[in-house]
Ligand binder design. Structure first.
Ligand SMILES: [Fe+2]
Length: 162
């Protein structure tokens, strides 16, 4: 597919984030299992449920493009998850591992926030009102998830210091 218009680019980027979210649905249970802090584990499980709904919203956001929802492998998310997987194999103190899990998760959230930010800007430009609404819901959830991780990192990093 060639990218001739902003609409083509929007569609291509939507396929990227659909792949990213789907990859995350598979990775989050492993991160929840690996976390020692109950609060951190719960934050990952809560975000898994949100991510499942985000996949649905992204699929719905395809409607105005007139094309069927189809993911295109997001290499960036694949790389972020690969880094998290190899980090999870390290021998580490429980609190230090939790601090590392937060770092991996926040990289993921920031990647998603960047992508949704771009998608919202393009949806607005293209007059895709329904897509804009759906994508805004997702970016709001990602921002809240990121803030939750920052909040948890306060106590976890303190524990990892000692
Ligand atoms: Fe997400």
């Amino acid at each position: 597919m060639s990218l001739e218009t902003l609409a083509d680019l929007f569609h291509d980027e939507l396929r990227d984030i659909l792949s990213a979210e789907k990859q995350l649905v598979k990775a989050l249970p492993k991160m929840a299992k690996k976390a020692s802090s109950e609060q951190l584990s719960k934050a990952f499980e809560d975000h898994l449920q949100e991510t499942e709904r985000q996949v649905e919203r992204v699929e719905q956001a395809f409607a105005e493009t007139g094309k069927t929802p189809r993911a295109k492998e997001c290499a960036a998310m694949k790389g972020l998850i690969e880094e998290a997987s190899s980090m999870m194999k390290e021998k580490a103190d429980a609190d230090v591992m939790d601090a590392a899990l937060i770092a991996c998760a926040q990289k993921v959230e920031h990647y998603e926030i960047a992508t949704y930010g771009t998608l919202c800007t393009w949806a607005q430009k293209l007059g895709y009102e329904k897509a804009l609404e759906l994508l805004k819901e997702n970016i709001d959830e990602e921002e809240k998830a990121d803030q939750k991780l920052t909040q948890l990192s306060g106590q976890i990093n303190a524990a990892a210091t000692t």
